[in-house]
Design a protein around this ligand. Structure first.
Ligand code: SAM
Length: 213
């Protein structure tokens, strides 16, 4: 049986002992993909991280000067650990930390950039049209011309059969996974850009040129 990735109890037990872990890619690698989006933002731009877990993504963002990051996770231990990580790294906390479910997220505020590293993958383990529900929640939190960058192991993560995805989704980068042997097949993780269909930002198109793989 696969682990209960969609259950808070799974993450609670995991975070009782896990201090730091990076899903799919390091924060440095993910932020390389996000660099063109971060470059056009002021340092106080509101950024939302969905399902922060025990990742150090917010630490790397703050090192780059972005300290208006809201970190959300439905497991309180992740939120405690994220806050402690910032305190340890900088001697204070400027980020926001919220225990919240991304499937019912209602923060009453908009973000220029939404980041998730494998959280949509976790949500895909829930029963029903969960990724679609998540996408609707994220759409409600996207500023005009805001962008959601989602790193996933799936080439089909946002392929919603009936075309009801409320955001325009495109793969802007493919990150090769490490190989044990040179003859192993190429396996990639996929970085999606999701935006409102009406967004005037053409960064997604510009980024096509730097796709890897
Ligand atoms: C695969 S881990 C990714 C963690 C982190 N983003 C990383 O890259 O290491 C998924 C995270 O999403 C959180 N999560 C799962 N379902 C959630 C939900 N419905 N609402 C909020 N957080 C959720 C889990 O607690 C876990 O921290």
């Amino acid at each position: 049986m696969p682990p209960d990735f969609d259950k808070q109890s799974y993450w609670h037990h995991r975070f009782l002992s896990e201090t730091t872990f990076e899903w799919l890619a390091s924060s440095e690698t993910f932020l390389e993909v996000a660099a063109p989006f971060l470059r056009r933002l002021p340092r106080d731009a509101p950024i939302l991280q969905l399902g922060c877990g025990t990742s150090d993504l917010h630490i790397h963002l703050r090192r780059q000067g972005f300290d208006n990051v809201t970190n959300v996770d439905f497991e309180p231990l992740a939120i405690e650990k994220g806050r402690a990580m910032e305190q340890l790294a900088f001697g204070d906390t400027r980020n926001k930390y919220l225990v919240a479910d991304v499937l019912t997220l209602d923060l009453g505020t908009k973000f220029d950039l939404v980041l998730d590293k494998s959280t949509a993958d976790t949500i895909a383990c829930c029963e029903g049209p969960s990724v679609l529900a998540m996408a609707h929640r994220v759409k409600n939190h996207l500023a005009e011309n805001g962008a959601w960058l989602s790193l996933s192991f799936s080439a089909f993560r946002f392929q919603i059969e009936d075309g009801t995805l409320p955001l325009k989704a495109e793969v802007i980068d493919k990150l090769p996974t490490p190989k044990r042997n040179p003859t192993d097949p190429d396996i990639f993780h996929f970085c999606y850009l999701l935006q409102n269909g009406t967004s005037k930002t053409t960064l997604g198109d510009q980024l096509q040129g730097r796709r890897r793989g």
